[in-house]
Every structure is written in structure tokens, then in C-alpha cells.
Design a binder for this molecule. Structure first.
Ligand code: FUB
Ligand code: ZN
Length: 791
């Protein structure tokens, strides 16, 4: 018997108490019974709709079949597209286990066991678990090397799969007390310990997460080799790799957030874990600096991170475009993980400000209210090209959402000796064990629609402890630390009473500290005055020039077409001083506060630069709730200057036509939307593209609203070279409809082909009801169109 097996035999369910860990510990979500009007329905939907739905989708999309094939239970074939598809199953197990922990469900528990049996059979005898290799497909996936691990620093995701396996095993073990998945995880981790390390394979994980997974295995078993391996995986990274996966510098030398945002924030979380578990100060110094970089330069007002789709990555400082914002749902979840850990290290409410902002906005937007549609990027503006989807072949964000939601109650409270932190506000009843005694704490609130929180302390005997109540940054006029965002309104007075008597608030690290000997039935009220607030972005954020955002408590608002005149919003302007009215609408979007104000909107006209403007009422809804009534226009940052707004297009030939293309795409409306790109690669305005096609002939067609005589066209190509997959086309030709046939126009000038400008062609006038723009794609590239003008 190995020592490890002996350990497991002796301490079957023990969680090892480390000598070092986070000074502050979260109060486990199992001790926090949420009965909140806002969160409870969302967690119910996750448990009753999303969890079964995602299992069904994992079955339909080959995820379970991959395990069956690797287990030798079906034909030898990889049944899905990405080498990290195993993680969808692991994340589903994590979510399902968390859900089981709060609501026992025998059928689910039985199914989990049978699924875990299959995973066990898919594991190779020495612990290796990666279906894409074990299946031994006829043609291995391009991302998978011919030997284990060798391509992990690039794309194989073998260690990423392991990390999610460990996270799932930890959750499943904690939820059920069972060891079936944990044993699979430990066998895999033992293999990692054998293969990787100084003097062995010195390879860094291409996509981080194995670090936090290993830290959890260390916490369960107390076996330091898992902790050492996690530290090795951090220390072996850099300095000669790519910024894409944060390998351009040693982790301890990093001071700025760069590269793929999910990888980054998982890595920062891992650094926090290892710093907490080892006392390492170099990691701390690095993540403190990186955190400052993110919150002062790279954080969306929604808490989203990772501004660009180019590498799904952080952009440069202050690069925070709205319509093309990437802000991946996984990155928002990773941002919550990271900020929660930063709080546990430092005990400062500024981290919870970021966490709360992310939670209520850029994370929650990731899933529809009905629990079955998902955003991968979470843009802050749209003309209707964005819509949640029921599935993506890369389903990372979907499975991530379902594992995250049941864990929300675990972010409400935290404790450190006889200090009890109240971080989030939601109705709940909780049992918390402090050294001084057991505390039953309840919260009653209508947050986030109202800032009054009533709390009750129940103790069996008078108990001395300090209650640290977070005073949110938004209530003090500070959205997040630093100068990235500011709030115009003067903060209103915050009031706390204890048993009806005013408590004089002095904050320590963002908390009102109520130190006293608590008696049974003590009551606390907290009044966080909510009012609609105008938020302004730092002037260096070019995308938000002349614009403000609205925030009410922790909730960021947006304008959506559904609630506004003509179903459009990009043409709206609202004076900064226009008063805003708040009203609760119980029957709208599962119950929300709407915010209304007076504004105006503008329309372009034909042949004159003069705009037609008219007054209108403007309605804002919470950002997280947009796109639940169908796709359409939306914007978070509202223009207060005409120059910042985009007036409704003029009724040109193109704009009044019906537009179709050789492929179906929501973005087709971009070709006649009259948004002017700054250059061909400008992805901050809508564009239409054929990527990943190449070397084919494609088309876009205008069906005119009546017969018109036309004699010229201008096209602005989308070309995102040298990194992207679109280039100007090899050739283009205009056809017109004549007697039901497409006939090429007789051009009187050449067809220009150049990027960063309109390309013109003039032709002999034709009277027609239809025009077709045919493009021949370059051999190795797709192309795209910003705008196609007809005159
Ligand atoms: O690589 C695995 C996941 O797929 C990443 O976390 C996402 O950003 C997507 O690239
Ligand atoms: Zn994702």
C-alpha cells in the first residue's frame, strides 16, 4: 500500500488543515442558505434547467462519447472539435455537485456515479486522462503532439483538462463525501508529479488552471507534492515565451495584465493560492501590481476583462472598445475567482467592489434569464449583430456558467478569527462558526433594487466578535479603485443602526467595523442610498468620449432597442443633467428597476449633412438583462454629445434595400449601416465577413425597395491583416438584375482594390431592382465588408 493510499484510508473525508493558507477564509456556500428574490431564482434555473440542459448538450455534442470511446465502449473516434472538450464534462460535474450539496437529488447523484465510472475507464493505467489521445484516432488533432505533454505549452490543453478535473473532483468530494472522482484526479496528479518538475519535463501549462486545481488537491490531502508542483508550474513559465499565455516574463516579474484574459486571471488566482499556502511574497508583489494595472486601465465598467478578440486578450491600457468588446464570460468568472482571492489575502473591500461589479454585470450577462442561451463575448454595444446562443462548439463559457452559479452564496461572507465579513448583500440565513461561538446571521433585503439591508444576529450566549460590513465603492462615489471611472453624483449619507441606534461609521479597508458583544436578536440595518449615478470614463478611453454610463447600486444599465423609439438606441443623446426616474417593473425581465429620462434622437437625411432631431423618452434596463427579448440595438455608454452618437442612417438606396449574402450572418446589416470605419481593420464598428472561408466566390445582394437608376458603387473592405484571417479580395464585380438574370455592369472605371479607403467603380447607368456584389476571395484568406454604398 502506498503512503497516499494509507493516508486516504486513515483520513477518508478529512480536509487537511494547512499550517498556512489565506488569512481570511470564505464562509462555505453550504452554510449560507440564500432565499433572495434576485439570486435564488437564478440559482434555481441553473439547477433545474441549465444543469440538465448542459448535460443534454454534452451528450449531443460528443463530450460523453469521447469518454466512452477512450474507455473502449464505443468506436475509436473523436466525437467533438476541441482538445479541451473533456472540461465541459468536468465543469458540468462541478456545477452538478455544488447543486447537490444544497439540494440532494438521488437520480442526479446516481448518474454522476455512472459518469465517473466511465471517466475512470477512460483513464490510462498510469493516470493519464485526455480522451483526444487515448482514443488513438486515425488522424490526431493538430494541437496534440505525438508524445504526451510536448505541445501543452502551445495548444494541447492536457494540463488544462487536468486542472478542471481537479476542480470537479474537489467539488464532488466536498458535496458527496465520495472519493470516486477524487481518486481519479489524484491518480492523474500523481502522474503529473512523476513527469513534470525541475530536471524532468520543464514545460509550462499552455492554459493555466492546473495550478488552482493542484492547490485544492493539496488542501484535501495535505500532500505537499501537489503544492510543489503547482508552484513549479508557475515558476517554469517565462521569460522567453509568448505574452499570449503570460510566458513573456517570469511570473514574479510581471506587472501588467497581458495576453489571453482567461489564462491570465486563472494564473493570477493560482499565484494568490500559492502565495497564501506558502507565504511567498514575490507572487504577491506581482499580482498586486497586475491588479492595479487591470483596475486602473483595463477593466470594463461591467467588470469584464479581455478587450480584444485578437487572442481573446487584454488590450493596451485604456483600450476598451464597446461594440467589439470581447469580455469573455469565462474571463468574468476568472475575474471573480481572482478578486475573491485578493480579498482573502488582503481583507480589503476594494477587491469585492470589482467582484460585485463583475458578478451583477459582465458575468451575469453571460446567460439568458431562461438559463439556456449564452454569450461568449459580452459586448457593451450592439446594432443587433450579437445574440446569445444555445451552444458553441467551443463551449467553455457555457459549462463555466453552470459551475459558477451554485457557488454564489460562498462569496457573501468570510471570516478571520472573530472577524466576520459581510461582503455581498442578498437575503439569506447562515450559520457561521467563529472561535467565540456559533452565529446565526440573517439578511433581508431587496438589493440590488433597493439599498436597505436588515440583518439579525442570533447567538446562544453573548458573543464578542467584529462584524465588518462592506461599504460598497459605488455608495461612496468610487466605482473601482483609481481613476479609470468616476461618478458625478455626490454620495449620499450611508446609515447603519444597531438595535435602532445610529452607529457612527468609520471605515477600515472599506468596511464599517461593528465590534461588540452580540446578544441574541440584535438587529442591524444598513442603508446604502441607491440613486441613478452618471459614470464617466477616463479621457484616455477613446471609445467613451462624450458618453456616460448609468449605474444604480451595483447594477450597470444599458439602453436596448426594445424599450426605445424605433427600436434603435445608437442615435440617442441624453443631456448630462437630465433627471432620471427609477421605477420597479415586476413583470419585465423577471423584475427590474427601469430608469427613464428625457433625451433626443437624430436622423440623417439624403444629400445634406443636416440632421433631423426629435425629443423622446429614453429608457434604460440592467445590462445583464439585455437580449432576452430577441437581438437588437443596445448600448451601455450613452452619448451626451451629438458627435458621440450615431444618427439613424439616411434613406439611401443601400439603406432602404433588403440585404442578403452567400452565408447567413447576423452581421449582414453592417454593410449598409452607414457606420464609418477608421480603417479596414477597425472592428469597433460593425462589419460583415466570410471568415473562415478562403479561395471561394461569395456575394452580397441588395434587393432595392423600387426600381432605381444607379451608376456607381463604393466598397470599404474589412481586412484585419497581418494577424486576422480577412484581407481585401482578389477581385470584385457588380452585377445588376435584368429580366430576372444577373448581368455584369459595364464599368467605365477600374474596380479599385485597396484597404483603408472606399474602393469605387462607376458604370453605365442601369435601371434595376437588384444589385449583387461578387467577391473572389484570396487563395489563403477570407474578406469582409464594412460598407457598400450605391449611387
Ligand atoms: O482554451 C480553452 C478556452 O477556450 C479558453 O479559456 C477560452 O478563451 C477559449 O479559447
Ligand atoms: Zn469561455
Amino acid at each position: 500500500m502506498t503512503l497516499r493510499n494509507l493516508f486516504i484510508l486513515l483520513f477518508p473525508l478529512a480536509t487537511f488543515a494547512q499550517s498556512k493558507d489565506y488569512p481570511i477564509q470564505p464562509v462555505s456556500f453550504t452554510q449560507v442558505k440564500v432565499n433572495d428574490h434576485f439570486w435564488q431564482p437564478k440559482m434555481n434555473i441553473n439547477a433545474t434547467v441549465t444543469i440538465p440542459y448542459i448535460l443534454k448538450m454534452c451528450k449531443e455534442h460528443g463530450r460523453i462519447d469521447n469518454f466512452l470511446a477512450a474507455a473502449g465502449k464505443r468506436e475509436n473516434k473523436v466525437c467533438s472539435e476541441f482538445t479541451f472538450d473533456d472540461t465541459d464534462v468536468y465543469k458540468w460535474i462541478e456545477g452538478a455537485s455544488y447543486a447537490l450539496q444544497v439540494a440532494p437529488n438521488a437520480t442526479l447523484s446516481k448518474y454522476l456515479d455512472s459518469l465517473i465510472d466511465i471517466i475512470g475507464l477512460a483513464q490510462e493505467p498510469d493516470g493519464y486522462l485526455f480522451t483526444f489521445r487515448t482514443i488513438k484516432p486515425a488522424k490526431p488533432h493538430d494541437w496534440v503532439g505525438d508524445k504526451r505533454w510536448v505541445k501543452d505549452s502551445i495548444l494541447s490543453h492536457e494540463l488544462y483538462n487536468s486542472g478542471h478535473l481537479y476542480e470537479a473532483a474537489y467539488a464532488h468530494h466536498n458535496a458527496t463525501g465520495k472519493k470516486n472522482l477524487l481518486n481519479i484526479a489524484l491518480k492523474n496528479a500523481d502522474l503529473l508529479c512523476k513527469d513534470f518538475g525541475w530536471g524532468k519535463l520543464e514545460i509550462y501549462p499552455g492554459h493555466q488552471i492546473v495550478e488552482i486545481g493542484l492547490a485544492k488537491l493539496y488542501r484535501i490531502t495535505g500532500n505537499k507534492k501537489y503544492l510543489d508542483l503547482a508552484k513549479f508550474f508557475l515558476d517554469v513559465r517565462g521569460p522567453h515565451g509568448d505574452a499570449y499565455n503570460q510566458a513573456n516574463k517570469r511570473v514574479v516579474d510581471q506587472t501588467e495584465a497581458v495576453g489571453h484574459a482567461v489564462r491570465a486571471a486563472y494564473m493570477y488566482s493560482g499565484m494568490a493560492d500559492i502565495a497564501a499556502l506558502t507565504g511567498d511574497t514575490a507572487y504577491l508583489k506581482a499580482i498586486d501590481a497586475i491588479w492595479n494595472d487591470v483596475v486602473t486601465k483595463k477593466l470594463y465598467i461591467t467588470g469584464g476583462i479581455g478587450a480584444t478578440n485578437n487572442g481573446e486578450a487584454f488590450g493596451d491600457a485604456f483600450y476598451l472598445p464597446n461594440m467589439s468588446a470581447y469580455a469573455e464570460t469565462c474571463a468574468a468568472i476568472a475575474n471573480v475567482y481572482w478578486n475573491s482571492r485578493m480579498f482573502l489575502l488582503h481583507g480589503d473591500a476594494k477587491y469585492i467592489d470589482v467582484l460585485e461589479r463583475t458578478l451583477y454585470n459582465g458575468l451575469l450577462s453571460g446567460m439568458s434569464l431562461n438559463g439556456t442561451r449564452f454569450f461568449y463575448p459580452n459586448p457593451l454595444a450592439s446594432v443587433g449583430q450579437h445574440d446569445r446562443s444555445g451552444w458553441f462548439s467551443c463551449a467553455c463559457c457555457i459549462s463555466n456558467m453552470t459551475r459558477f452559479l451554485p457557488s454564489v452564496p460562498g462569496y457573501v461572507y468570510a471570516q478571520n478569527r472573530n472577524n466576520l465579513y459581510v461582503n455581498l448583500f442578498m437575503s439569506n440565513s447562515s450559520e457561521i462558526k467563529l472561535p467565540a461561538g456559533k452565529v446565526q446571521l440573517t439578511q433581508n433585503t431587496n438589493y440590488p433594487w433597493n439599498g436597505r439591508v436588515e440583518m439579525k444576529v442570533d447567538v446562544t450566549k453573548p458573543t464578542a466578535f467584529a462584524l465588518h460590513i462592506r461599504i460598497p465603492g459605488w455608495a461612496e462615489g468610487k466605482p473601482v479603485t483609481g481613476e479609470l471611472y468616476s461618478i458625478a453624483e455626490e454620495p449620499k449619507a450611508i446609515a447603519i443602526t444597531v438595535n435602532g441606534k445610529p452607529f457612527s461609521i468609520k471605515t477600515v479597508k472599506g468596511y464599517a467595523v461593528l465590534q461588540r458583544t452580540w446578544q441574541k436578536g440584535d438587529r442591524i440595518t444598513v442603508e446604502l442610498p441607491m440613486q441613478p449615478q452618471h459614470v464617466y470614463a477616463n479621457q484616455q478611453v477613446k471609445a467613451n468620449e462624450g458618453r456616460f454610463a448609468i449605474q444604480y447600486g451595483p447594477v450597470v444599465y444599458c439602453l436596448e432597442g426594445w424599450d426605445n423609439k424605433d427600436s434603435i438606441v445608437q442615435n440617442i443623446v441624453v443631456d448630462r443633467n437630465a433627471p432620471m426616474q427609477v421605477s420597479y417593473k415586476g413583470d419585465l425581465l423577471n423584475g427590474i428597476n427601469t430608469i427613464t429620462m428625457a433625451g433626443s434622437s437624430a436622423k440623417r437625411q439624403l444629400n445634406t449633412a443636416e440632421l433631423i432631431t426629435s425629443k423622446q423618452q429614453v429608457t434604460a434596463i440592467p445590462y445583464y438583462a439585455w437580449d432576452n427579448r430577441g437581438a437588437g440595438e443596445m448600448e451601455v455608454w450613452i452619448p451626451y454629445t451629438q458627435a458621440a452618437s450615431r444618427p439613424q442612417p439616411a434613406p439611401t438606396v443601400a439603406y432602404t434595400s433588403k440585404v442578403t449574402a452567400s452565408i447567413r450572418s447576423r452581421s449582414i446589416m453592417a454593410v449598409n449601416d452607414q457606420f464609418e470605419p477608421a480603417d479596414s481593420k477597425d472592428n469597433s464598428v460593425p462589419y460583415f465577413h466570410w471568415w473562415p472561408k478562403k479561395n471561394t466566390t461569395e456575394w452580397v445582394q441588395y434587393d432595392l425597395n423600387s426600381e432605381r437608376t444607379v451608376s456607381s458603387c463604393k466598397v470599404y473592405w474589412f481586412d484585419d491583416g497581418p494577424w486576422g484571417g480577412c484581407r481585401i479580395p482578389a477581385k470584385w464585380t457588380i452585377y445588376y438584375r435584368k429580366d430576372g438574370q444577373w448581368v455584369p455592369v459595364k464599368n467605365t472605371t477600374d474596380y479599385e482594390i485597396a484597404k483603408d479607403k472606399y474602393n469605387s467603380v462607376t458604370f453605365e447607368p442601369v435601371a434595376t431592382t437588384g444589385l449583387k456584389l461578387e467577391v473572389q476571395l484570396q487563395v489563403d484568406y477570407a474578406t469582409g465588408i464594412h460598407e457598400w454604398i450605391v449611387e
